[in-house]
Design a protein around this ligand. Structure first.
Ligand SMILES: [Zn+2]
Ligand SMILES: [Zn+2]
Length: 640
């Protein structure tokens, strides 16, 4: 007999050799039906695995992320079989899951084209409908290497594992693949799937190796979930910030600097509006602002620990024959400012912010528009305080974070707390105090959060903030990181009440993270339709014909004098063409003026995305627009 502990804490007695599937049946028929795999003492296994000793067991279904991943991975095997049956020369390389799907790298001389996807899918459907069981077979490493002799890819895969027992999985008709598993009980358990795309990929990402074909697919428990996913992809494509960035003339990239963004004049307006907003709100929350150099002596980076832990992401240069590094983070520079004078507990908490320009090396394959760049500006800040101030400081940071996110129209948040990892510095006492402070601050704000046990940095616990955009995609933006290491490395001190010198607590925090990336997220979240306060341009005056050009100029001058960002279209185009052009530039307001408007001193306002106009007096329009900017309103609609 063995004792099995279930996730709800209950304990079941089972006879030795009971499989995970039989265990699920014992628990209940609904669970047995939904089960796709199991977790045995934290390790994912096939449902056919026997439970031979006392263990913690969790039955995994498609409701679990792990279950979904197992289904997607199983689907990769099915796609591999389909491809091999269509192209018998295809050699399989490696087929892992990725976010929302999976891929399989294939070595095949003939190109797989999008027009082939349908017949691959058809073959896959056949395999799924046949509902063949996935069967695991184990052998020793030596046996496996013998079995795979001549298959350089699979032999290489074995060499990359450290296990002595190597497993193969087959499903029905002789198709077998080297794999660690686990898999679905049978092919019929795959829900709705689709072959998505094919791209070239070098073996091990090494350009000296043969170019393989990477075929991507996705799989979901139901047809509805697949359809929703495809719809969101379609919508995301329309909102792609790289496309909109070009269309709206916001930024560009050039091969003169891969991964280094060029921000154009219109992009800089968005950028500067964000900066102004952040400066004001930080002043209100009691922050001071500093600016530290981009290039600093190599010695500093040895001292900070970046040399030992972050060197491969840094750029280096030399000045007068001495080694220098380009800063990947702003903290060491901040510490040097702290050290320029003495500090007393009376100054604490001391909140110091910096719009810091940092450079981090990314390999060329992973860059993606503004989302992943090699140079970016952080809305960084460091708070120096005493241990008993941690909690109230964290509360303050949480409040500023939410106030800022809401100003941009983000309402859906998710928070993760990462706690003490095995390898760490600092006493257990300081870890306990600060982890409790983080938890208490979250409780104080009545915010639910997820705990990632043991996932903190070695130098302190942290909180990460995630927001969901309008397509329900999650983005990690802000972070609060406690640091027990750097104040010591830099010998930072303050004089405490009892006149002794102590080491301050240092809190690193960023709200938006990287400006570049955040602007990319905003472009996609808004679909290029910026709210008025962020919009590169607020309005355009469109005279119906040459006859009203003078009146249009008067209107334009008035808007300019009121500091609204506007221009004037006195081109020879017909009014409909002028309107179409303004629409494509996603201008919030078009002010159409003809002889009637000139006589009545009014403007005909057409809002972005609307087909009809509304007549308003010029001064009234100006005051409405200015109020919307001040209030950071998302909605453009004029009052009825
Ligand atoms: Zn597998
Ligand atoms: Zn920092």
């Amino acid at each position: 007999m063995a004792q099995v502990k279930l996730p709800d804490g209950s304990v079941l007695e089972i006879t030795d050799g009971t499989t995970a599937k039989q265990l699920a049946e014992q628990i209940g028929p609904a669970l047995a039906k939904a089960a796709v795999a199991a977790k045995l003492n934290g390790q994912l296994v096939d449902l056919s695995t026997p439970v031979t000793a006392d263990a913690d067991v969790q039955i995994i279904t498609l409701e679990d992320d792990e279950g979904l991943e197992i289904m997607r991975h199983s689907c990769a095997h099915i796609m591999a079989e389909a491809i091999c049956s269509i192209w018998p020369d295809a050699k399989l390389v490696y087929g892992p899951t990725v976010e929302d799907g999976f891929y399989y790298d294939i070595d095949l001389d003939e190109s797989i084209r999008p027009t082939d996807f349908e017949r691959i899918e058809e073959k896959m459907r056949e395999i799924i409908n046949a509902d063949k069981p996935f069967i695991r077979k184990e052998m020793t490493r030596t046996e496996a290497l013998e079995k795979l002799a001549g298959d350089k890819y699979k032999t290489d895969n074995i060499k990359h594992t450290d296990s002595d027992i190597i497993s193969f999985y087959s499903h029905g008709d002789g198709f077998e693949d080297l794999c660690r598993g686990p898999h679905l009980p049978s092919t019929g358990r795959v829900g709705s799937f689709k072959v998505m795309s094919v791209a070239g990929a070098y073996w091990h990402g090494d350009p000296t190796q043969k170019m393989l074909q990477r075929v991507y697919g996705t799989a979901w428990p139901t047809k509805k979930e697949l359809d929703d996913y495809l719809r969101i992809l379609e919508e995301a494509k329309k909102r792609d910030h790289r496309v909109l960035g070009k269309q709206l003339d916001l930024f560009s990239f050039n091969e003169a600097g891969p991964g280094f963004a060029f921000i154009h004049a219109k992009g800089m307006i968005v950028w500067n509006e964000i900066i102004d907003f952040l400066r004001n709100i930080h002043a209100r929350y009691g922050y001071q602002e500093i600016l530290t150099p981009v290039i600093l002596n190599e010695e500093l980076w040895h001292k900070s620990g970046h040399w030992d832990n972050y060197k491969e992401n840094m750029y280096f240069t030399d000045v007068d024959g001495v080694g220098y590094a380009i800063k990947p983070m702003n903290c060491p520079g901040g510490c040097l400012v702290y050290k320029t004078r003495q500090h007393s507990y009376r100054e604490f908490p001391m909140r110091v912010m910096e719009f810091g320009l940092v450079h981090r090396h990314e390999v060329s394959g992973v860059m993606h528009g503004l989302f992943r760049v090699r140079q970016f500006t952080q809305d960084d800040a460091h708070i120096y305080c005493t241990p008993d101030q941690i909690e109230s400081e964290i509360i303050g940071v949480i409040e500023i974070v939410f106030e800022i996110y809401k100003a941009f129209g983000f309402e859906d948040f998710h928070i993760e707390l990462s706690t003490k990892p095995q390898k760490h510095i600092g006493s257990d006492e300081i870890w306990d105090i600060s982890t409790d402070a983080l938890k208490n601050a979250l409780a104080h704000e009545a915010i639910g959060y997820q705990v990632n046990e043991g996932d903190g940095a070695f130098y302190g616990p942290k909180i990460d903030f995630h927001v969901k955009d309008c397509l329900k995609r999650s983005w990690q933006l802000g972070t609060i990181q406690l640091d027990f290491s750097m104040p010591q490395r830099f010998g930072l001190v303050y004089t405490d009440k009892d006149n002794t010198e102590k080491t301050p607590v240092m809190i690193h925090r960023a709200v938006l993270g990287s400006f570049e990336r955040f602007i990319g997220i905003l472009i996609e979240h808004y679909g290029g339709n910026f709210p008025l306060w962020l919009s590169p341009q607020h309005a355009r005056v469109l005279p119906i014909s040459e006859k009203t050009n003078d009146y249009a100029r008067t209107v334009h001058d008035k808007l300019k004098a009121a500091r609204l960002r506007c221009d004037l279209d006195i081109s020879d185009e017909k009014i409909n063409a002028k309107i179409a052009k303004a629409h494509s530039e996603k201008l919030p307001y078009m002010l159409v003026v003809g002889p009637k408007e000139a006589q009545a001193h009014i403007v005909n306002v057409r809002m972005r995305g609307q087909e009809h106009n509304k007549a308003v007096e010029i001064d009234e329009f100006i005051s409405i627009a200015k109020q919307k900017i001040v209030d950071k309103q998302m909605d453009l609609a004029l009052p009825e």
